[in-house]
Write a protein that binds this ligand. Sequence first.
Ligand SMILES: Nc1ncnc2c1ncn2[C@@H]1O[C@H](COP(=O)(O)OP(=O)(O)OP(=O)(O)O)[C@@H](O)[C@H]1O
Length: 298
Amino acid sequence: MQKVLEINNLTKKFGAFTAVNDVSFSVEKGNVYGLLGPNGSGKSTTLGMILNVLNPTNGSWKWFGQAPDNNSLKKIGAIIESPKFYPYLTAEKNLQIVADIKEVPYAKIDEKLELVGLIARKNNKFEQYSLGMKQRLAIAGALLNDPEVLILDEPTNGLDPQGIIQIRELIQKIAEMGTTIILASHLLDEVQKVCSHVVVLKQGKMLYAGEIDNLNNSFGLFELQAENQQLLINALNQLPYFSSITEKNKHIEAKLNQEISSAELNKILFEKGVILSHLVQRKESLENQFFQLIQENK
Ligand SMILES: Nc1ncnc2c1ncn2[C@@H]1O[C@H](COP(=O)(O)OP(=O)(O)OP(=O)(O)O)[C@@H](O)[C@H]1O
């Protein structure tokens, strides 16, 4: 797979405060990467550095295998702030200004307005647009010169549910056309729905980078209940299958560190004299795992 971006040991300090702390990851062509982390975890600062808007304190990165220069930046479309257009001009006129700056033919304007679903509204003034339409117009602007990479910072911030779905579908459509996408978000749900890969940041540190499916690659857990809970806990503690055993309200939650079927576990416990009244195997949600990852690295 061709590497579009390679970040090595990137650090940004604001005075004594470290906003991005020794972050390294790569982005491969054609995938959708989510930069995921709570507010203030360093997502925007990371994007600012790789877009040459902020100077790094330390570290380096390569775009398309080379040290970043103006040429490589031309292959990147980015929206890292709220869309800036002239309110009293139409969408089309606004995009003509962008086309002039990017030196692309006006023919591209209708193509991109069509893509983002705004062709029928191209003669409306920007100020008449909803927030979702403004965001889609910004995406059209960022795509005018057919960049290889599209970077979006919190693309659904402030949008209503319908607007969120429209942006999500648009991101999927753009990705299917072969554009590599990097999007920063604090919403796990958003990242989970559109990204193939995720980089998890917390307080500037990278906690995980890889395929989103691998983040969800736990063995799951068992919910168990027995008449004699203490006997059950003792028996579970003697077995090698669990990374943690926790007492919840009425049941015991035992997290697996390897595979074992519920039938097998039931048999082993029965042989140890434990009669189960409740046994359910569950997959752990990505949300749980993300939360745990964030907790563990406190
Ligand atoms: N110019 C600056 N001067 C000082 N501190 C800054 C500056 N810019 C960002 N920070 C701090 O760096 C940390 C990371 O900020 P950043 O905006 O990168 O986080 P984020 O993950 O994008 O969060 P959010 O989703 O809230 O934008 C925050 O604690 C922020 O207050």
